[in-house]
Design a protein around this ligand. Structure first.
Ligand code: MN
Length: 286
């Protein structure tokens, strides 16, 4: 039933900001179109501290940001400047190229506090890999919710459990935030060929006991997960594969050649910075 369990591995993104990197993983690059998954925090910043991910480029993917706690300011090269808060979704389609930053706003930084969330990247299918960049922010009410016997969920993107999110996507997928009461269970959608569940907190049972901060990758057939003696929170994700992808730094591409082009474009300053955040940027790793 479970093909593989992928542990989140600690990565220091600099300035004291650590994430748990889940995807990609050596033995499993993607689950459906999902090619990257970072668990941010939970981290409690002291007053004056916060996140400063300076402007950096993306191609060939959509970044999806979803917070459980805290607030982050998004700025991009299209001119979008917007705070994201818990339960909202930032869906940024890079397509042929976009540049963005993610920071803690000054008023939030002054207070400090908890930040907790997930950021995932969804690879674009071939037909959309070079699409025009776009940024869309969705409010809490744009995502359908469900409740069933101690399982409460939000269909953040795609379709699952007979519900469809308002979030615009480019290939068949599901991304579902689920809270389980102690002892409650949920079955995974059975109409997608690749499926996984990331345990955000708590401990779940699914053909064995699994701790938080692990991604359970399921094989074909019926699959379900159940919370133990404590409540649990999981993110269900998956969909149909879009085909093999190259990934390097912040770039996802159909070909090695397209990756090289993106590297050269960023190095040469051919990708414009966010108009509201153009004083610095992350250089191309050498
Ligand atoms: Mn980014």
């Amino acid at each position: 039933m479970i093909d593989l369990v992928i542990p989140a591995r600690r990565k220091d993104l600099g300035d004291g900001f650590e994430v748990g990197r889940v995807l990609p993983y050596a033995q499993r690059r993607m689950v459906g179109p999902f090619i990257f998954l970072d668990h941010m925090g939970p981290v409690t910043f002291k007053p004056g501290q916060g996140i400063d991910v300076r402007p950096h480029p993306h191609i060939g993917l959509s970044t999806v940001t979803y917070l459980y706690a805290g607030e982050m300011m998004h700025r991009d090269s299209l001119g979008s400047t917007l705070a994201i808060r818990p339960g909202e979704v930032n869906w940024m389609t890079a397509g042929r190229g976009i540049v963005h930053s993610e920071r803690t706003a000054p008023d939030v930084r002054a207070k400090g506090g908890l930040v907790h969330g997930l950021q995932t990247w969804v690879a674009l299918p071939d037909a959309h890999a070079e699409t025009a960049p776009a940024f869309t922010h969705y409010g809490v009410d744009d995502m359908p919710k469900f409740e069933n016997g101690g399982a409460r969920g939000v269909v953040i993107a795609g379709s699952a459990f007979g519900l469809t999110s308002a979030v615009t996507t480019h290939s068949p997928l599901f991304y579902v935030d689920v809270e389980l009461d102690a002892g409650a269970e949920i079955a995974l959608p059975d109409n997608y060929s690749e499926r996984a569940a990331y345990i955000v907190h708590g401990r779940v049972e699914s053909g064995g006991i699994h701790d938080a901060h692990n991604l359970l990758v399921f094989g074909p057939g019926p699959a379900k997960i159940a919370a133990g003696d404590e409540p649990a929170r999981v993110m269900l994700l998956g969909g149909e594969p879009v085909g093999p992808r190259h990934i390097w730094w912040n770039f996802v591409a159909v070909s090695e050649q397209r990756l090289e082009q993106a590297k050269a474009d960023w190095k040469a300053g051919r990708m414009s910075l966010p108009p509201d955040d153009n004083g610095e940027f992350i250089p191309l790793p050498e």
